[in-house]
Design a protein around this ligand. Sequence first.
Ligand SMILES: NC(=O)c1ccc[n+]([C@@H]2O[C@H](COP(=O)([O-])OP(=O)(O)OC[C@H]3O[C@@H](n4cnc5c(N)ncnc54)[C@H](OP(=O)(O)O)[C@@H]3O)[C@@H](O)[C@H]2O)c1
Length: 430
Amino acid sequence: MSDTVRIGMLGCGTVGQGVLRILGETAGTVERATGHRLEVVRVLVRDLQASRPGVDPALLTADPEDILGDDTIDIIIEVMGGLDPTHEWLLRALGHGTPVVTANKQLLARHGPDLLAAAEEGGSDLRFEASVCAVIPVIKVLRESLLAAEIDSVTGIVNGTTNYILSEMRRSGMSYDDALAQAQDLGYAEADPADDVGGADAAAKMAILASIAFHTRVLIDDVPYVGIDELQSDDVDIAGELGFVMKLLGVARLVDGAVSVRVHPALVPGDHPLASVSGADNAVLLESTMVRQIMLVGPGAGGTETASAVVSDVLSILGSRPGSFLAGALADAGLPMAAEGSLESAFYLRLDVADQPGVLARISAVLGESGVSILTVLQRGEGESARLVMILHRSPEARVQEALGRLRDMRDVRAEPVLIAVVGSGEAPR
Ligand SMILES: NC(=O)c1ccc[n+]([C@@H]2O[C@H](COP(=O)([O-])OP(=O)(O)OC[C@H]3O[C@@H](n4cnc5c(N)ncnc54)[C@H](OP(=O)(O)O)[C@@H]3O)[C@@H](O)[C@H]2O)c1
């Protein structure tokens, strides 16, 4: 690359405008440090007339050929989002040898492997730090610092909206609906928060993290997810009384040589490193026998933070040769995905039951027959009903599900049982 690096940018919304601002503000520092002057020469948008304060209108184009067909462009930044036509455009750029930086988690969680293959074939580079946890450099740490660390598990709070909602439910005892409304008022949650609260956003991010951590192809369809939209504040409160904190966790780990990745509400012990990550922050805990535990924490969203991660990826491209080993970090190591139900975990189980003599004994017997044992029981009478909350010892999930099926059929059990995994205690899988 020559002293001037010519950049084409696809999209100029929240993140794109942040990128232009940061590149302008840091131009001197970047040139001194890298010897390169970064110049955004073309910016693709749909609506040329829309208001974009501080953006030079002369840079704008509505014709993608002005960027994709321009051989003088050294790096493409993709901050337009979506799957189509973005996927096809990035394949073309990468295959043509142009390095690409993207913030598009949905695209990567569906098409990451073929985009990386195109980058390898084209001798280019694909960088996507901004797609997961914004400014927290987790991809870089996994791809570079921990490439040979044999990661065993990646446990993350990777969605700021849900972490904010759960933190508020715990802090002030407010309901899920009130906490969501507050998150929307403060701009943490989108007008349509379905992907965040339903777990799909976290699943996309975990697919990307697991792919990099385990050098294996993991797509969003490989990641079962459950969100927090069905959670009741009672369970958040009771968990607190028992010394746990409720989180929406992404859990990726190796189980007997297979890869398991999931997103679900989980309880973590109060002294667990992830328990203190509150508000809209994100955190990722990386575990490996070689390096033990590394936790990365910080703001996981926001236009400026995401733009900062994009700029940082551009600088990484300048600092590494295209086609280097890093481009192959998602190479298919051929690990299979773990079978559903093959995992072990400790669990929180809440049962609303008839307040009659012998109920606890009958329920314990059903659990015992399925080979599930109880660590702790909390019992509360509420009129004719009683609430039983149990922490179950670590056991194979298939056994717990079998017991749950039988508990549902018991006349003593008056409402749908609530089962939540406990992660990160001595009782839970590492
Ligand atoms: N915002 C965040 O905090 C955040 C955080 C993490 C990751 N991301 C990711 O960053 C990416 C960009 O997000 P954003 O919030 O900046 O989006 P945004 O504000 O909606 O901006 C999208 C930009 O792309 C342009 N665009 C979209 N489709 C296009 C098409 N088919 N042809 C030409 N231009 C097109 C739009 O043009 P017009 O201006 O003409 O409409 C707009 O300038 C997404 O992948 C998102 O998931 C965002």
